[in-house]
Design a protein around this ligand. Structure first.
Ligand code: THG
Length: 370
């Protein structure tokens, strides 16, 4: 992974955990929602093996919460997302696409229901608060929009249940995917969800404030010693294998949710109150010409896709692009995500990816690599 030093300033926000992350040997950062996000510790590959076997603590404070509170909060949610929100019960989170009036992706957050009149929108990397604030003021909705001091800290990996139940009690193992509940820690209440940006299982703790942040970090490392706990972060290889999309990389504001393969999350007929309804209900947009797929490339050396790689057919015609890719030690080839023309996405054609001027045989997969 190539790296250059980031010049820090107020625009690039540190988190309540950044000092601890540095003490634990972070070797790279990226910027996400104007905030530091670690990218690797030992190496991307070493972190990957460790994540798949043990347990890691991730500073994902950059998953900022856009808090909406007020009488019209739920009404607002139904305006900004075409997903059915029935499943968003109390003590539940939900993964939803946010789509603008032209039918394009604004973000793909997790929504947390705090109460009937208060929700957190746990955002990916785009300025959702500004967009929502515009909608609220133009529609004159009774909603207050803020970014509270909440810093998600993730426990991820197959031993996350062991560590979490040691610290928060065995009741935490009853949580199902996307359940969220309060747990006691050090005389305070902590909101903890069964969720996270990996397929290895785990939890996300919504940490409120700097004091509890450090106490919690230290307790997790103390109690986690016997489980070989390490500081980690979303792992490029593991999240590609799991098919977890990255906004800004695999999709942008130029893509529709159908192109992103998120059509399965949308309602059969999107109700008119949703600002994207008119466009998203049209047949044209429901049958996109291209779609995001899991991809493998016969390439056997360590490499990361740092911009985009072109995908071509036998006639050298461009049929798509790889937007995330990395050599996977477990699959012994490059695992990737990319947008491919639908008529080529069935793998009947021989496809190639262009990497540093050379062509490598490429396969399209129906499912992620897990
Ligand atoms: N957790 C929280 N906030 C987040 C993320 C997170 N905000 C930013 C970013 N990650 C948002 N993106 C995603 C992408 C995928 C998932 C969650 C957040 C995810 N997807 C599952 C999947 O695709 O298999 C499940 C989707 C479903 O079945 O509903 O978990 O990680 N707090």
């Amino acid at each position: 992974m190539s790296s250059h030093f980031l010049s820090l300033s107020r625009r690039i926000r540190k988190t309540h955990f950044t000092d601890r992350v540095i003490e634990n040997g972070v070797k790279g950062f990226t910027v996400y929602n104007h905030m530091l996000l670690p990218t690797y510790f030992e190496s991307v590959e070493d972190d990957y093996h460790h994540l798949k076997r043990e347990v890691q603590i991730w500073d994902v404070s950059c998953e900022r919460q856009v808090e909406i509170e007020g009488k019209d909060s739920f009404k607002l949610l139904k305006i900004i997302t075409p997903r059915n929100l029935e499943k968003l019960a109390e003590n539940k989170c939900l993964y939803v696409p946010l789509v603008n009036s032209k039918g394009f992706m604004i973000n793909d957050p997790v929504i947390v229901k705090i109460s009937n009149y208060k929700f957190w929108i746990s955002i990916a990397d785009s300025d959702v608060l500004l967009w929502i604030d515009g909608i609220v003021s133009s529609l004159n909705l009774d909603v207050k929009v803020t970014e509270p001091d909440i810093s998600p800290l993730a426990i991820q990996g197959p031993k996350s249940e062991l560590l979490a139940s040691k610290l928060f009690g065995s009741k935490i193992t009853n949580l199902k995917l996307f359940d969220i509940e309060n747990f006691d820690f050090d005389g305070e209440k902590l909101l903890i969800a069964k969720s996270g940006y990996s397929k290895q299982g785990g939890y996300e703790i919504y940490v409120n404030g700097p004091k509890i942040a450090i106490k919690l970090w230290d307790a997790l490392f103390e109690e986690g010693k016997e489980f070989n706990v390490r500081a980690g972060c979303p792992n490029l290889i593991e999240r590609i294998e799991g098919g977890l999309l990255s906004y800004g990389n695999d999709m942008t504001i130029e893509n529709t949710p159908y192109e992103c393969g998120l059509g399965k999350f949308l309602q059969e007929k999107i109700p008119n109150q949703c600002i994207s309804a008119r466009v998203l209900n049209s047949d044209k947009i429901r049958n996109p010409k291209k779609i995001i797929k899991s991809i493998s490339i016969n390439y056997k050396e360590k490499i990361y896709c740092e911009s985009v790689w072109k995908v071509v057919d036998e006639k050298n015609e461009t049929v798509g692009q790889v937007t995330s890719g990395a050599f996977s030690p477990d699959f012994d080839k490059i695992v990737a995500l990319g947008m491919i023309n639908k008529d080529c996405a069935n793998n009947e054609n021989r496809l190639f990816t262009l990497i540093n001027g050379k062509k490598y045989l490429t396969h399209i997969h129906e499912k992620p690599f897990i």
